[in-house]
Design a protein around this ligand. Structure first.
Ligand SMILES: Nc1nc2c(ncn2[C@@H]2O[C@H](COP(=O)(O)OP(=O)(O)OP(=O)(O)O)[C@@H](O)[C@H]2O)c(=O)[nH]1
Ligand SMILES: [Mg+2]
Length: 287
């Protein structure tokens, strides 16, 4: 399958972000803790150059705890202010204010020297679709100001949220980039739900996931669907899941597509356990 999704609203969103970047002191980039590198949009590096930045590893509740630590260290070693958070339950949020202050230290001191005090820091919240930008803003603000949803492309335009913590946040629509250098990156983004499912071959995507899980998290499928592990053939495993979940077409024919959708949904909601899809030790020389 060829992974690509770059609809017109993303081009428009990117232009809006470029136009607004001059108003911004700080770029808050959200990545998905299950795919911390694949979920970094290279266009954001270009957009945020010369700006203070912090990196939030969101949805850390869904990712493997051991690798969360490793990825945090990985980014810190690269000089990022990186914070692990779960925007839904608000875990880790208290560490953000400190990271904001640290990342903007120079700016705040420069303002002080010029006699400008209490000027709020203006931050643009950026990231790929469905990574949790709007949920993060709502949690941080302590009230539901931004629309959220369990699919990519929920935020369509910009929205300023003024907090009374010396911080103003700009919510932006999630953006991808026109072409993935590696198709594996596209596949991971499809798995976490950052691409529109309607353009994807869900059966194929589920088979990719099964293959990854059997290699890296053996036992996760067996535990949930009681697959018996006599086979390494991913299609056979998906058929076993059909049986376990009673997904049948007319007669006894397995309904592969229904089982594929179930596996993906279970993965996305953490029902297969905490799973990380890429590992820092596999990184060659990225960023
Ligand atoms: N488990 C978990 N789910 C989260 C977390 N943050 C957000 N979500 C869920 O992820 C989904 C997407 O959240 P949004 O805040 O709408 O994502 P977004 O980045 O604003 O998406 P777009 O506006 O489409 O770009 C929602 O179903 C949220 O409930 C988190 O830290 N952990
Ligand atoms: Mg949003």
């Amino acid at each position: 399958m060829n992974y690509q999704w770059y609809p017109g609203h993303m081009t428009k969103a990117k232009r809006m972000m470029q136009e607004n970047i001059k108003l911004i002191d700080l770029v808050i980039e959200l990545v998905d803790a299950r795919v911390p590198l694949s979920s970094r949009n290279p266009d954001i590096d270009e957009l945020a150059k010369n700006k203070s930045r912090i990196l939030l590893l969101n949805k850390f509740d869904l990712a493997d705890a051991e690798y969360n630590k490793k990825w945090s260290s990985y980014f810190k070693e690269k000089g990022f202010y990186a914070v692990e958070i779960d925007s839904r339950s608000k875990t880790g949020m208290k560490n953000i204010q400190k990271a904001v202050q640290e990342a903007c230290k120079e700016k705040i001191e420069r303002n002080k020297m010029r006699g400008i005090i209490n000027r709020p820091v203006r931050a643009m919240v950026v990231g790929i679709p469905n990574v949790g930008k709007s949920t993060f803003i709502n949690s941080f603000a302590g009230k539901a100001c931004a629309k959220t949803g369990n699919k990519p492309g929920v935020t369509k335009g910009k929205q300023w949220i003024r907090l009374n913590k010396g911080l103003e946040l700009l919510d932006t629509p999630g953006i991808l980039w026109p072409k993935f250098e590696e198709q594996a990156v596209g596949m991971r983004l499809a798995l976490i739900g950052s691409m529109n499912d309607e353009i994807l071959n869900i059966d194929e995507l589920a088979l990719e996931l099964i293959s990854f899980l059997e290699k890296n998290y053996p036992g996760s499928l067996m535990e949930r669907y009681e697959t018996d592990r006599k086979t390494e053939n991913t299609f056979e495993i998906l058929k076993e899941i059909c049986i376990n979940r009673r997904c049948y077409l007319k007669g006894e024919e397995p309904d592969i597509s229904r089982a594929a959708a179930i596996v993906l949904d279970d993965f996305r909601h953490g029902r297969l356990g905490r799973i990380t899809l890429e590992f820092p030790n596999e990184v060659q020389s990225n960023s």
